[in-house]
Design a protein around this ligand. Structure first.
Ligand code: 2AM
Length: 180
């Protein structure tokens, strides 16, 4: 069985900036498991445990869409009993919603059960407990929005190696350049 998900990965320069943001957030946190630089991604669809890697590859490779820009902006938390999920948000992006919807359709057509609800977010930390005075809105004012070109989507394998979470790209689809 392989644990799979489809994601947008970010170029090193963007991950570097995100890692700086995480360093700032860490200072305001009492506890937290913050995302390592190489694991920063935006999940488009979670497939979960499957033996049908080839079908998943096929669904991802079928996607035909154009490159687009995504603007990362704002922060928030999903409340959890064992510490919150801390995330960076993004500005409204119709091409992102469109590609996510089409991807879910391809995966469903291939027989995968996919949760179609999509709350676009980039997870920066899990099990995070912030100091009482942490204010996500005030924190957001210290971080300018960041525009990122999206040129491919990736089928990712999630593995634990010696207790460490590792994500490996197993297939990808290049998006079309606007001029093509
Ligand atoms: P997230 O961090 O963007 O919330 C790989 O495990 C990725 O798949 C995670 O980063 C998570 O995305 C998403 N994921 C993991 N488990 C999930 C689940 N049970 N349902 C939906 N998405 C999940």
């Amino acid at each position: 069985m392989t644990r799979l998900f489809v994601a947008i990965n970010f170029p090193p320069a963007v991950r570097e900036q995100l890692t700086e943001i995480i360093a700032g957030a860490k200072k305001k946190a009492r506890e937290g498991n913050f995302t390592r630089d190489e694991n920063l991604h935006l999940t488009l669809a979670f497939i979960g445990e499957t033996e049908r890697l080839e079908d998943a590859k096929h669904a991802v490779e079928q996607i035909s869409a154009s490159c687009f820009d995504l603007t990362l902006s704002g922060f928030g938390t999903f409340k959890r009993r064992d510490g919150d999920i801390f995330w960076m948000g993004m500005e409204k992006c119709p091409p992102l919603l469109d590609i996510q919807k089409r991807l879910c359709r391809h995966l469903t057509d291939c027989g995968f059960e996919i949760d179609k609800r999509f709350t676009p977010h980039l997870t920066l930390g899990r099990h995070v407990i912030f100091q009482k005075d942490f204010d996500a809105e005030a924190f957001a004012k210290t971080v300018p929005p960041m525009t990122v070109p999206v040129e491919r989507i990736s089928l990712m394998k999630s593995e634990r190696v010696n207790g460490r979470l590792i994500y490996v790209e197993t297939a990808s689809k290049e998006l079309q350049k606007q001029s093509e």
